[in-house]
Design a binder for this molecule. Structure first.
Ligand code: FAD
Ligand code: A2P
Length: 287
């Protein structure tokens, strides 16, 4: 049964600056196995899955871990995956792309309940609340699978204790690609333990760029023309009050960072919390 517990902070301080480089890649000497307990396919390119959670596995909302599968020779193929479930849950959840011919996801796409997955014990990441100064509003800006770390953060009570309002923007090409975030937000609003704070404090803004929808346009455009804030009756972005987390393609991350720097927002880290933090949702140009 799912239980809310106090998070156990990781001991390592500013580890995310070393993030990917410090994580083990390949090899199976330290592999931990977890069992798949649920799988949902959202589109032909997107699926989510749950696994059981080893009692010793601890993480902070917004972090990622290395997960993977063994190839035909028994060698581990591991990749970085944001943990989409909240830290208090007794299972782990991940949200995955399917890359045609991708070394991991061309296999991972076929997982079924009862299969084993490799889960490395170490977690890290830049999208944590400790890197942000106090503020009034927290903007969570994601495209594609970049929503995954925010699926964790929007279910963490600390997010709502730190910020009066949380604005989650999820940008995708098509409406179908919003299916997972729509479900997570709806379930969070209805959750017996966190539902009240989510309903009162979370604004969810799904936007698509290649179909007609209630909200269309790239996140960068919605930010630049002020439509995002005005549509929610919020004041324009202001570094004195607003804090931002970004998770998307390299292009999206760079474009938003440029807008924020022009408004005097400062990037945060653990030794010097700031106004915004960024994580890549994947390495490369995307599919
Ligand atoms: P790879 O050889 O790893 O990738 C092939 C190419 O596919 C990449 O060069 C890129 O162009 C494209 N690609 C890879 N991942 C994505 C993606 N998510 N969206 C769009 N294009 C992509 N992936 C997830 O699906 N969910 C996550 O939660 C997630 N979290 C990540 C967190 C971090 C910090 C980083 C760096 C990456 C994350 N990724 C995530 C990407 C993931 O590590 C793998 O790249 C992805 O699972 C594909 O693996 P692959 O071996 O099949 O193909
Ligand atoms: P668009 O359809 O105009 O390319 P992808 O699936 O390619 O990762 O894109 C996910 C979403 O992110 C799409 O809506 C896409 O818009 C948008 N996007 C891609 N690159 C950028 C960028 N540099 N700035 C803002 N939005 C972007």
């Amino acid at each position: 049964m799912t239980q809310l517990q106090n998070p156990t902070p990781l001991a390592a301080p500013d580890q995310a600056d070393k993030s990917l480089a410090s994580l083990p890649k390949g090899g199976n000497s330290t592999a931990d196995q977890v069992k798949v307990t649920a799988v949902t396919h959202w589109t032909d390119k997107l699926f989510s899955f749950q696994t059981d959670r080893p009692p010793s596995f601890r993480f902070q909302s917004g972090e990622f871990a290395m997960i993977g599968l063994a190839d035909n020779d028994g060698k581990a193929i591991t990749r970085a995956y944001s943990i989409a479930s909240p830290h208090w849950d007794d299972h782990l959840e991940f949200y995955s792309i399917i890359v045609p011919d991708g070394p991991l996801t061309s296999r991972l796409r076929h997982i079924q309940i009862g299969d084993d997955i490799i889960l490395r014990p170490k977690t890290t990441g830049t999208l944590n609340l400790a890197r942000l100064r106090d503020g009034k509003r927290l903007y969570l800006l994601a495209t594609g699978t970049g929503f995954a770390p925010f699926a964790s953060l929007i279910r963490d009570p600390e997010t709502y204790e730190r910020f009066d309002e949380v604005i989650l923007v999820h940008g995708c090409r098509t409406i179908a690609e919003l299916g997972y975030s729509q479900k997570i937000v709806a379930d969070s609003r209805a959750h017996p333990l966190i539902g009240e704070m989510v309903t009162a404090q979370l604004h969810y803004v799904p936007s698509v760029t290649r179909e007609n929808f209630t909200q269309t346009g790239r996140i960068t455009t919605l930010l630049a023309d002020g439509k995002l804030a005005s549509s929610l009756s919020l004041p324009p972005l202001d570094a004195d009050f607003d804090r931002i987390m970004i998770c998307g393609s390299i292009g999206l991350n760079q474009d938003i960072a440029a807008q924020l720097l022009a408004k005097n927002f400062q990037e945060g880290n653990l030794s010097s919390p700031g106004d915004y933090v960024i994580e890549r949702a994947f390495v490369g140009d995307g599919i």
